[in-house]
Design a protein around this ligand. Structure first.
Ligand SMILES: C[S@@+](CC[C@H](N)C(=O)[O-])C[C@H]1O[C@@H](n2cnc3c(N)ncnc32)[C@H](O)[C@@H]1O
Length: 278
């Protein structure tokens, strides 16, 4: 266990090795999430907002023809779940009492592989408290392509035009420190209903990443669940969507990503954002 010492700049408490780039507010690490998280200090993160690979054989399944750059999204289900459990067990240590974890995940095979239930199960085993379960309606009902046995109860299929956003807390649902919020009354009222409706990211080709979430997703979570200046972690950073939004919303951010190509995309997105801000 690594002890946290006071009176040092917030970035100095994070390891120097494997830093891909950094700004005043954030650091992106290039490498394996589990390896890198092991070197982080206890209670160094306020909130985790992430979307792991879904284990849906991205690149080879009917709907997704483009694979990840380096990661093979086709593991045995039990191995995949055990791997995720190990990673989220590590993030437990990184949170203070009241810290939060938000996991965006989809089920596979039209709900026949209920990955979201397995995630809830292992998060409870680790010790997290379930906080809420948000359904993200991706408004994609018109893109329907799979019917199974059409007009017959023999074996109809149930496509899932929604994903899960599972929110957990450590020990208590209440934040233990006070801070400033940037949430408007209108946002609070809208975001506090656990059914979110907004379309998926449309710029995946432009950014060269096959499985991004839209900025709206981390925007809502960051605003609803963290104070200005809090530290946000995404250890499956992809094209850096969580990190870009955290930078915009004046949070500190830490990202980890396996692929140098995706790290390069994040670096460019943050640089473009900063050139607009200043
Ligand atoms: C669903 S994508 C995240 C996309 C991201 N939310 C965005 O909007 O760009 C999952 C990411 O996890 C990365 N990944 C897979 N295994 C990893 C590991 N062991 N360590 C770090 N990143 C990993 C993949 O390369 C992929 O970019």
């Amino acid at each position: 266990m690594v002890e946290r010492s006071e009176n040092i700049s917030w970035k100095n408490i994070f390891p120097n090795e494997n830093r891909y780039f950094e700004t005043e507010k954030g650091i992106l690490y290039l490498g394996d999430a589990l390896e890198i998280l092991k070197d982080f200090l206890d209670e160094s993160i306020d909130i985790v907002i992430t979307s792991p690979p879904y284990n849906v054989d991205l690149g080879n399944n009917k709907y997704h023809k483009r694979p990840y750059d380096l990661y093979n999204d086709n593991r045995e289900h039990h191995e995949y779940i055990a791997w995720l459990k190990e990673i989220f067990a590590e993030t437990y240590r990184l949170l203070p009492r009241g810290g939060r974890v938000c996991i965006n995940i989809g089920d596979s095979k039209n709900g026949a592989v209920p990955t979201s239930s397995d995630v809830i199960q292992f998060m409870k085993e680790i010790g997290y408290i379930p906080y809420t379960h948000i359904i993200w309606d991706k408004m994609q009902i018109r893109n329907r392509a799979a019917w199974g046995s059409f007009c017959s109860p023999a074996a109809p299929s149930f496509p899932t035009p929604f994903e899960h956003i599972l929110v957990f807390a450590k020990e208590t649902r209440k934040l233990q420190k006070r801070g400033d919020s940037d949430l408007t009354k209108e946002e609070f009222i809208e975001f506090s209903i656990a059914l979110w409706r907004f379309p998926p990211e449309t710029r995946q080709k432009q950014f060269g990443h096959p499985a991004m979430f839209p900025e709206e997703l981390p925007y809502r979570l960051i605003k609803m669940l963290s104070w200005i200046g809090d530290t946000v972690l995404d250890m499956f950073a992809g094209a850096g969507t969580t990190l870009v939004v955290a930078e915009k919303l004046r949070r500190k951010w830490i990202g980890i990503e396996l692929s140098p190509a995706y790290c390069a995309v994040t670096k460019k997105r943050i640089a473009e954002l900063q050139s607009k801000l200043f």
